[in-house]
Design a protein around this ligand. Sequence first.
Ligand SMILES: [Fe+2]
Ligand SMILES: [Fe+2]
Length: 459
Amino acid sequence: MADAGRAGLSVEACVQRLKRYHYALRRLHQIFTARITAEPIYELKTAFSLHAHVCAQHVAALRERVGEMREPPLGLEAVPDPNLEMFFDEILGAPTTEELVTGLYAKAVPALVAALERHRVDTNPLADYPTVRLCRFALLELADLHRFGAEAVKCLVDDPARARISGWLALLDQCLAAAGGLDGAAAPAPGAIGRQHSVQPYVYDGRPRRDGRFPDPYNRGVNVEAFIYNDQLPPEPKMLMLFFRRLREIEIPEMMASIITETKGKPWGYYREMSRQLWDEARHSLMGEVGFASLGVDWPKAMVNATYALTMNTRLNPLERHAVLYFVEQGLMAKTGKRFEWEVALASQNHLASLFQDFDWADEVLHARIGRDWYLPEFKDTAEALKFGDDRWNILFTNWRAWRDQGLTQHRNWWPDLYRDACEKAGVAPDPVVLAFSETYEHRRADLKKVPSPAAGTE
Ligand SMILES: [Fe+2]
Ligand SMILES: [Fe+2]
């Protein structure tokens, strides 16, 4: 009775705060997404993918809640406070990983957590129950972000770096103070603030960067599909190729981040679903990493390339990228696609591989549906949409020789090294036929169709 009887926020005051949480989560979603591609550290790429997905979900929930509070027009696209805008612009434009992770996880996320906790204290829990519930769920997941972020900052930002960026961190605090806190509940601190990293508007960097475990990012020296679909080869080494195929999916978040970042003005459902898919693809990559780890295999022996994301992000527009994604994912629905991979995993008798392929397949069915909902309506019919994607896909394969000629890679066949390592860890002798596998992507695409000559491609 005491709790339910206490004075709380009015509907108007509640909506004002909700719009600020919504804005903060939207900006966090934007920053996590936009910074995946050019961030070299694998663990940050995958974490940003998850955190973008989480933020997108809470944005959707908050939009719905504001819509329930007799508020039309909702004004959800408006900036609630220019100082909050500056706060997030500064983090988006952070020039180093140290500043980025500190700004995100030591400033923005804690400020949002504090605001949502305050909401639970300030509002009437009976009258504003639906908001209290949203806050509780958001806090649950934000606590995960916070925990991960604190660990990341500890690992990546040493004392000299912290000292170097302390002036900028103080600027972030000033932005929040001038906004009256993230929720606007405090009196705004007076005084003018000068921008530092956001003097120039942020420009998205679509060139993927990788850390030291990815030493040969242009390498397309092992045609994984030619191996998996060769029925003369045994299932156990195919399982290794499947783990590689999963790990290699890190290119998809790097590429999808560009679509989401550069496609403006869609309904929130688009960003929410595309972000779910983006995180799924990062998760598939992690399945590959975990698969290799479970076998004790040193996966950096496999050359995980980055040319898919690089080529798509720099040579195709966002709709063309989505077209390629759609085309490839529709192909996965055939009997020779995800079902086949799952059957190969079952035949290899590796339980983790079959479990991962099972869920990977389920995720891809969802992605095919997301493609049908958000990509297909741009075209007259499915055939036209598929042909557009098929044509654009060729661009990923027609550069093979150019990269070698430019000295960017030798397309070295890394398979024997990886396979030998796996055999050694498993205590078995390598099969000479498997060891001798040597086919690149020079002549055949990943769907085993012939690569068109560069003249005929989209060059
Ligand atoms: Fe995937
Ligand atoms: Fe997918």
